[in-house]
Each structure stands twice: as C-alpha cells, then as structure tokens.
Design a binder for this molecule. Sequence first.
Ligand code: ZN
Length: 373
Amino acid sequence: MRRSIILATLFSLILGLAIPVSAAPAEQPQFDPDEMVFPVGGDEYRITDSFGDCRDGCARSHEGVDIMAPKGTPVYAVADGTATWVSAAPDDCCRLGIDHGNGWYTRYLHLNDDVVDKNGVYKENTDGRGWGIAEGIVDGTELKAGQLIGWVGDSGNAAETVTHLHFELRRTEGDEWDAVAIDAYPYLLRAEGNWIGQFFDDDDSVHQANIDKIFAAGITVGCNPPLNNEFCPRDSITRGQMAAFIARALGLTEMSGETRFDDLSGHQFEQAVDKIVTAGIGFGCDADSYCPNRPLQRDEMAELLARAFDYTSPSDVDVFADDNGNQFERSINILAANGITVGCNPPAFDNYCPSETLTRAQMATFFVRVGAA
Ligand SMILES: [Zn+2]
C-alpha cells in the first residue's frame, strides 16, 4: 500500500499532476477464527471433537464440529458477516451460513424445526411450523458477532437424534461453494474463553462474575438493545440506569404516574425513576430535575443503597474524613460500617471521594454485596 502511494506520488511529480488526496479506505474488519464468539448459549452444551469422523460408513467424513445442547438453546453468529444459504422453505428448515468476508464462512445446521405445545414440550414436526432461525434473517441480512441467529434443534438429517448444532468453519480463495471445511474444534475451545457468561465485553473485568449474577437476578439486561450481549462495564452508571437497577432488584411496580421532575418526560428510565421515587428511595438532583443521564456519584449511591436495602444502623460512626457535612454522610457511614463500601484511597481508606462516579461493573459488585443478586 505504502509502496504504491510512493510510486503514484513519484509518477504524479514526474507528470506534474496533483494526485487527489483520497480518504483512507474504511477499515475492513478481518475475520479471525481466534476471535470468534462461541456460537451456543447457556451452560448445558458439550463440544465434541468430531471433525473428520466417519459418516455413512466412511463414505464421507464429518465436516463440522457438533455441539450438543438442549433443543431451543440460542445459537449466535460467531463474527460479523452476511447471512447466506438461509433455509427458505418449510420442508428445508433449518440451517444458515454466514459470509464473513475474505473467503471465510461459517455454517449452522440442524436448527430447531419443532413446535412447542401448550405445556412447553417440543413436538417433533416436519411441516415447518417450527422455525429455528431468528426472525428477519434472510439471505443478505447483515449480522453482528454475538447476534442471536437461531435455536438448537434436530432438523435435517439429525431428526430423532440428540439435538445439537453442527457448526462448520470454511475457507476458500474462490467461490463460496468451493470453501473447504477446516477443523473448528480448537477455535471453538478458544471461543469459549472469548465469551464467558452472558456478556462478551466484560470477560476481562474483575467484576465479571458479579455482572453475570445481577443479570441472572434480572437487575440488568445489557447495554446494547435489542441484542443485549454487551454490558458496557467501563461506562459510568447514570442516575437513570441506577433507578432501573434498583426498581428491578426490588421488583418495584407501583408508580405515581406524575413526576415533579422536568427532565424525565419520555425518557427511557421515566418509569423506573417513578417507581423508586414512589417507593421513597429516589431523589432528584435538584428541586425540579432528576438528571437521569448524569453519572451517579458515590455519595448518591450510598444514599440510594441505604434506602433501597434498609441499612439504618449504626448511626453513630464517622468513617471518612472527606464527607463531613455531606448531605448523604449518614448513609455513607452506615454502608461502610456494614462492609458494603470502603474508602477510595488505599491503603489508608480514610477518604470516600463522595463526588466521584462509578462504573457499571463496580455497581454490579455493590448489588451483589447488598445481597440483591
Ligand atoms: Zn455434525
């Protein structure tokens, strides 16, 4: 690239031409099998080292890796790409491929084609009423890494066998249908580590386990709707998000329907704020406003947690030097005395940093500490 630019510049100098300065080509994300997202959700799956196994009396070899999992287990795109080879007819359901660019493809077979009866039991079905491909996915649909694409089943030639995802990784220098199968087993083992738990952007966080706990408790749903496969652990938690966390943690439903705050109408967290204010937990950032988009401060966090989780004693402690006179000092001391929070200046820990903000990941750990998850 650099060499060609130099040559072009040279020629243009020789010819006395000005070369137009074109914008650098958009960075094309390259598929890297080492960076794949694991394609099967939940924790009930089992990967089998089955690539190259004999099939049909060794007339052909197994070109994929089978991941055994219960029927209905979510299946995710392993990387960004474009849907291809998507089942189009009921008698052809259910499989799809993803074109990841640069000759890389993945394929997902035996997706569910059975229907669930009123008791929640799957009925074996070949009439295509069950459709194990996520809604809206057709040939050409752009897909994101980690996006839900379907559900594990036993369609195709896996009918009546153990339900599983047959996953293929393929590569070609030419046509899609010439792509050669590659053993995906080692990459899948690696992919398991690439995505621990519910969200794939928190695996390097010390709070990862607690984030999964608050997800399991219904306190968070994620930060990138509708996919919600990310938690945004490093983002500051806002006052609005905190309202939603508390409302969900406590299962609050009661709302007043009218708010005295002028900055909430139509806001994503209007109802959550209403719930925690109605419950006597939430409070504004001034007399007229709630400031739902403002990062939550540590002193506000202490007050909200103390109110939400009924920390009321002891009332006669003074733990920190830098919160004296703070309007939430009492709650800060109570939370510290109960071991929920510590100071902000190790190793002394005698300051609280009341006006500092917190990350969403830190907040997950606080919810675990107060026993909400
Ligand atoms: Zn298979």
